[in-house]
Every structure is written in structure tokens, then in C-alpha cells.
Design a protein around this ligand. Structure first.
Ligand SMILES: [Ca+2]
Length: 358
């Protein structure tokens, strides 16, 4: 596998493929919503259901749903096993999902991960602290476990806020009513200290819950003013679509399963944007220095930019299949495709880590 991967990397570097020919959009084009699909460079190939991208110095780390982390340095890629106290359960949407490096990663080799496991025949999710040691990863401790899981709607994104706290997006585990239950960790955005403790200034006493009423949120990022945004998958089937972009405020209720789309109910926050009957199936999200919000689409198979107010302002990439995560680094935009996750159409060298000029 590793050998095939290195070969794939080499080939892709030689070919240095290009996705499109349009020049990068400027601010005016962004606002007018007239920008075009950009060009890209292939950084890595042959990834298996990759989920999260992280950066440290010259290294790029990509988590894979079956419990591996691929470390990429230039043209080298190494697939590293993650040793966990509970085995990763990978079924449909579950598995080894969110992955974020600790702020002191360069000194400690520590990182955080969100993964699914089985407990008494039930799927659950947990958040763990892990450490990179001689090309492998080892669990140091669990910060939180027993987050309700399922083969679908596991949420999974981890992100550090500008406040130094760790945030996690959890899904409703296929039980919508849990999203409205403040005693359940399902269908929430959670907030904890880097040690896994409940911060004293969380909105509900002795609770990890930061916001609730979420269906299956998978994207988290902060704008330059420090405001948290999230994207979540809307209901499939009739009426379908209704994927959401939400501005997250502590203690707020985002309505699932009581309301979708523009429907209003006392005490519930509407999204700042929803897809109506269309499906984007958003997973990753990154916000640029001007507050523009970049969102990946799985079923929607495109990378979309929104204005800070939540108006769609252009498609940055399409034609590459499902897109799982997006991150900024050194002025470029990195995305991972997700065509090996069992729901996509495979292209050569999938899945791939792509670098877009921005
Ligand atoms: Ca909602």
C-alpha cells in the first residue's frame, strides 16, 4: 500500500495535473459571485477515505476513516497506524474522523482525534488525546466518551477556537430528538478545555454543550472577528436538502428536528444560509482572512465560497467528486477528495490531497 502510494505521488508530481484554467478571483469577483473554478496541484494520492487535514511545519497530516494517519512531507508519504484503547468502528459514516494537532505539537507530538467504537453492541464516539512516536500514534487518554453514535450522523469535526478551547461537532446518531435533549451529547457542538474538562464559562452549568439542535454538523471555523460558524447536513429524502450554514452562539438552539429551512419557532435560530431542496452535503469548512466561508460538498461534489453574510459567491472547485475537508496553509487552500468512502465514483489516484492557489 505504502509503495503504491509513493508511486502514485511520484506520478502525480511528474504529471502535475491542473483542474482548470481560470485566473484566481479577486475581491470584486467574490462579492459579485462571478468567480470561476480554479487550478490545483496534486499533493498526495491513494488516500483511503480521508477525513481531516492538519499542518505542522513542512508536514501535512491526513486522518483516514479506518484508523490511520498519513504523514506527508514533500513527495514522501507515510501511513501511520493509530493505536487506540478501543478499536475504531468503521461502518458507513462512522470511523476515525476528526483530527487536530495540539498547539504544542512540535514539542510534544500530541494531537486530538474523534472516533467511533462499539460499546455493548451500540455505536458510540469518543475524543482522545494521542501522541506520535516513531512513526505510529498511541492513545494517552480519553477526554470524553459515550457520545451517541450510529452508522450515520456521527458528526466528528474537532477544532481549536481562538479561546484555546477544543470544540467538537456531534451528530444526532439518527435520533433527532436527542439534538433537543440538553442531557445528551448528540446533535451538539461541544466545548472543552485541552484536558477534557468542562470550561467554567460554558453556557450550561456542568455541561460540555455549547450549542444544540444540530442534525449532523461536520464543519467548524472562526472568522477574523472570532465568531464561530458551522455547517451541517440537512435531512435527505422528502423534502431533502436543507443543508445549513449557521453562526454559532453559546447556548443557542439551532432547531433540529423541530424546524428546517426557513421555518421559525420561538427560541430556535434559523441558519444564515440553507440549500433549499438542493444537496451540498457539507463536511469541511475554512474561513479566509476577509471572513469568506469556504465549504466542501460531498454529494454536492464541489467547493463553494460564501460571503461573510452567507450568500453563495462562487464555486472554487468542481469535477473532482466528493470533497471532505478544506484548510488554509501558507496562503493556499488544501482539500481532500472523498471518492473512496463507498459513496463516490473513483477517479485515478483517489483519494487525493489537492492544493489550490487562493
Ligand atoms: Ca437548523
Amino acid at each position: 500500500m505504502l509503495r503504491a502510494m509513493l508511486l502514485g505521488l511520484l506520478l502525480s508530481l511528474l504529471l502535475s495535473s491542473c483542474g482548470g484554467s481560470a485566473p484566481m478571483a479577486d475581491q470584486e469577483q467574490r462579492n459579485a459571485g462571478t468567480e470561476k473554478v480554479g487550478s490545483y496541484e496534486v499533493v498526495a494520492t491513494s488516500l483511503n477515505s480521508p477525513w481531516s487535514i492538519a499542518f505542522s511545519g513542512d508536514s501535512i497530516y491526513v486522518s483516514e476513516r479506518d484508523g490511520y494517519i498519513v504523514k506527508i512531507n514533500g513527495t514522501d508519504a507515510e501511513r501511520q497506524k493509530v493505536h487506540l484503547n478501543r478499536p475504531v468502528e468503521q461502518l458507513s459514516e462512522s470511523g476515525f474522523l476528526g483530527f487536530v494537532l495540539s498547539g504544542d505539537f512540535q514539542e510534544t507530538g500530541r494531537a486530538y482525534a474523534y472516533h467511533s467504537y462499539q460499546e455493548a453492541g451500540m455505536m458510540q464516539n469518543r475524543i482522545v488525546l494521542i501522541e506520535e512516536r516513531e512513526g505510529e500514534w498511541h492513545e494517552l487518554k480519553a477526554l470524553l466518551d459515550g457520545i451517541p453514535g450510529n452508522i450515520v450522523h456521527d458528526g466528528g469535526r474537532l477544532a481549536f477556537g481562538p479561546d484555546g478551547m477544543l470544540y467538537a461537532a456531534t451528530g444526532d446518531a439518527g435520533q433527532g430528538e436527542l439534538a433537543q435533549d440538553l442531557n445528551s451529547l448528540a446533535g451538539k457542538i461541544l466545548r472543552m478545555t485541552p484536558d477534557g474538562a468542562i470550561p467554567t464559562d460554558n453556557p450550561f452549568p456542568d455541561s460540555y454543550v455549547y450549542s444544540y439542535g444540530h442534525r449532523n454538523p461536520q464543519g467548524l471555523d472562526w472568522d477574523p472577528a472570532g465568531r464561530l460558524f458551522s455547517v451541517e447536513h440537512g435531512p435527505s429524502g422528502d423534502p431533502g436538502g436543507h443543508d445549513e450554514l449557521n453562526l454559532i452562539e453559546p447556548g443557542a438552539n439551532y432547531g433540529w428536528p423541530a424546524v428546517i429551512g426557513d421555518a421559525k419557532q420561538e427560541g430556535m435560530r434559523p441558519p444564515i444560509y440553507h440549500t433549499g431542496n438542493d444537496t451540498l452535503a457539507p463536511s469541511g469548512m475554512a474561513i479566509d482572512e476577509d471572513g469568506f466561508i469556504i465549504v466542501t460538498g460531498l454529494a454536492g461534489e464541489r467547493l463553494v465560497r460564501f460571503t461573510p453574510e452567507g450568500k453563495e459567491s462562487g464555486v472554487l472547485l468542481e469535477g473532482e467528486g466528493r470533497i471532505r475537508d478544506v484548510r488554509f496553509a501558507d496562503g493556499n487552500l488544501y482539500v481532500i477528495t472523498n471518492n473512496t468512502d463507498g459513496r463516490g465514483t473513483l477517479r485515478d489516484e483517489d483519494d487525493r490531497l489537492l492544493k489550490l492557489k487562493y
